[in-house]
Design a protein around this ligand. Structure first.
Ligand code: 2HA
Ligand code: ZN
Length: 266
């Protein structure tokens, strides 16, 4: 039985989730159950009467009636790559935004990702500001995490100097740069709130000693932003490993790139 009227569109999204889950695993960024993906779906599910409503710790009226796919807690990306539906679930937010209804695609019991507060909170921020991103993705991108182990790289400014300075395309595709969230216990509302605050003015958000969050309009594009940031980090480490300090880009070169991005987007 089809859950959605836009079933073909949803199936394409789930195929993209599977494709990216495989890449995240092959990159070595999703050991065991690491990482999670959620997608705001372009359709709602016709709910049965008396559905089981789970209360939300924080209400999200801007997400009322919205339906999401998300990977399940404890699920492996390498298994999501094989079946997004067996290793994830659909949820629908209630009309008042105070709860959610899990909708089973299979017989298995799957609970939402352990980073549920961050995922829903970010989707809520996107809905409130009226932008069009539908994907939230979190992964343990090795070189990005390694950067945050450096006592000198503990701010958005320090992080972006490296990310933008290693390759011109990083400024082109991540012009608002990375927001930095100092270490906070994962899975909490506190880390969710800090992440949402950073997304207000940045394209991606880095969690100290943990990983990265990206948002985007499709699954592949969202992965690309993480990949681009990680490429810069890799170049930085390659220079350091070769025994020299990377030069980075001058302020003039970065300004020139910023102007190019503005022209591109106008
Ligand atoms: O899903 O990555 O941050 C496991 C995690 C928690
Ligand atoms: Zn994580």
């Amino acid at each position: 039985m089809n859950l959605f009227t836009k079933q073909n569109e949803i199936e394409k999204i789930l195929r993209d989730v599977q494709r990216v889950a495989e890449i995240l695993f092959q990159k070595g960024w999703s050991e065991k159950n690491a990482g999670n993906i959620s997608v705001k779906l372009p359709d709602a599910i016709a709910l049965v009467s008396n559905p089981k409503v789970h209360p939300l710790d924080k209400p999200f009226p801007a997400l009322a009636d919205t339906c999401f796919y998300m990977t399940g807690t404890g699920k492996r990306m390498q298994d999501v790559a094989v079946s997004a539906t067996d290793n994830g679930l659909f949820i629908q937010i209630t009309p008042d935004g105070h709860g959610y209804i899990p909708v089973k695609a299979t017989d298995q019991e799957v609970r939402p990702t352990s980073e549920f507060p961050s995922h829903l909170g970010i989707h809520n921020m996107i809905a409130e500001r009226g932008s069009h991103e539908t994907i939230v993705m979190h992964t343990h991108a090795t070189e990005i995490i390694a950067l945050t182990q450096n006592p000198k790289i503990k701010s958005s400014e320090a992080l972006n100097k490296i990310l933008w300075g290693m390759h011109p395309e990083t400024m082109v595709f991540i012009p608002k740069g990375a927001g930095f969230v100092p270490y906070i216990l994962p899975g909490t509302q506190t880390i969710a709130d800090a992440t949402i605050e950073q997304f207000a003015s940045h394209d991606i958000v880095v969690w100290e000693k943990h990983g990265i969050f990206a948002i985007g309009k499709d699954v592949i594009d969202t992965f690309d932003n993480i990949d681009i940031a990680c490429k810069s980090a890799k170049i930085w480490f390659a220079c350091k490993s070769a025994g020299f300090e990377p030069e980075g880009m001058t302020d003039e070169q970065l300004d020139e790139l910023r102007d190019l991005v503005k022209k591109f987007n106008s």
